[in-house]
Design a protein around this ligand. Structure first.
Ligand code: NDP
Length: 324
């Protein structure tokens, strides 16, 4: 029977267990997929810890790449042997094989390897909607991107740099700063040692920013608002340091008629058309060389708990992948 990393209760990485699971034949509208590479994302840790509720027992994980090995009735456009990647199927990706809804599957072009897809699907689709649709960043603008050496962050640095946008990126170590600079981050700020608000004031000559992308959450929320010019947009899209709660709306008026949004990838890729258009933009960016992604580290599927420890312990840079 195929193996899967499951959790039967929420908690720390130790709740992840390697179990055997049944995988049947694909039903109508479904594909059976054998995974070749599985992306690790911070959202996987929110589900495991209980911050984002899921039904239990749950198979962890939210994205994977692999090969179609069975096609259910009524499925059009996919055949056995196709290389695909997918996300947005309510978890369950840390496993050797499974069934998925064909409507969430994306055929991988020859120029995108399975590992590259597992590194970049959630993270790259997220960057696409954040910089092109949540706020359409224009050449010549300057933005602040927190955790710029993380999985999402390194893709954002490359994409924004290619668009002619100046990126101010925060990170916790000089090694991460070096990696972000290689990816196109123009100004690196070690926010564990210096005030990122002061640095943004300095770099922008007090003009401040039209938009801030903040996935760190609780620790950076208020400082991020201080980096915005009047009527600027705060894009709060993650909680790596804890969720932002109990916000007094008056803070937005006091800091200059600010806007705030708390977007999710699910909303921005809710329809098949949006999903395919977003993925096409990402795959084009990868195949043209605008974005280069490779796992900074791979772990055997059985070591998923260690991958979570390293991600939550801020020991990873870029994307991390599990190999089944
Ligand atoms: P990352 O690889 O970016 O890892 C998270 C990073 O956050 C860490 O490496 C660390 O970087 C930084 N960080 C800051 N404070 C803490 C803390 N207290 N504990 C742990 N890490 C901290 O993860 P991903 O690329 O998978 O995801 C990045 C963010 O984007 C996450 O918050 C995720 O939830 C969010 N996201 C949101 C989506 C959406 O649609 N809303 C979709 C996809 C991702 P450093 O050491 O440099 O500070």
């Amino acid at each position: 029977m195929p193996k899967a990393i499951r959790f039967h209760e929420t908690g720390g990485p130790e709740v992840l267990t390697l179990d055997e699971v049944q995988v049947g034949d694909p039903g109508p509208g479904e594909l059976r997929v054998r995974h070749t590479a599985i992306g690790v994302n911070f959202v996987d840790t929110y589900e495991r810890s209980g911050l984002y509720p899921v039904e239990m027992p749950a198979v962890a994980g939210n994205e994977a790449a692999g090969v179609v090995e069975g096609v259910g009735d009524g499925v059009e456009g996919f055949s056995e042997g196709d290389r695909i990647a997918y996300t947005g199927v309510a978890g369950g990706t840390y496993c050797e094989a499974r069934l998925i809804l064909a409507e969430r599957a994306l055929r991988l072009p020859d120029g995108v390897s399975d590992e590259a897809a597992a590194c970049s699907l959630i993270k790259g689709l997220t960057v696409e909607y954040l910089i092109r649709r949540t706020y359409a960043v224009e050449a010549g603008e300057t933005v602040l991107w927190h955790a710029a050496a993380g999985g999402v962050g390194l893709i954002a640095c490359q994409w924004l740099d290619a668009l002619g946008v100046t990126v101010i990126g925060t990170m916790s170590t000089p090694e991460k700063a070096e990696r972000a600079r290689e990816a196109g981050c123009h100004h690196t700020v070690l926010y564990t040692e210096e005030s990122f608000v002061e640095r943004v004031r300095e770099i922008t000559d007090g003009e401040l920013l039209p938009v801030v992308y903040d996935s760190v959450g609780a620790d950076t929320w208020e400082g991020s608002l201080d980096c915005l010019r009047p009527r600027g947009l705060m894009v709060s899209f993650g909680n790596a340091s804890g969720a932002v709660t109990g916000v007094d709306l008056g803070i937005l008026s006091r800091k200059g008629s600010l806007y705030v949004t708390r977007p999710t990838l699910g909303t921005y890729t809710a329809t098949r058309e949006e999903l395919v258009a977003t993925a096409d933009a990402l795959f084009d960016a990868m195949m043209s060389g605008m974005i280069e992604v490779a796992p900074s580290r791979t772990y055997p599927l059985a070591d998923a708990a260690q991958a979570h420890r390293d991600l939550e312990g801020r020991r990873t840079t870029g994307s991390v992948v599990l190999i089944p």
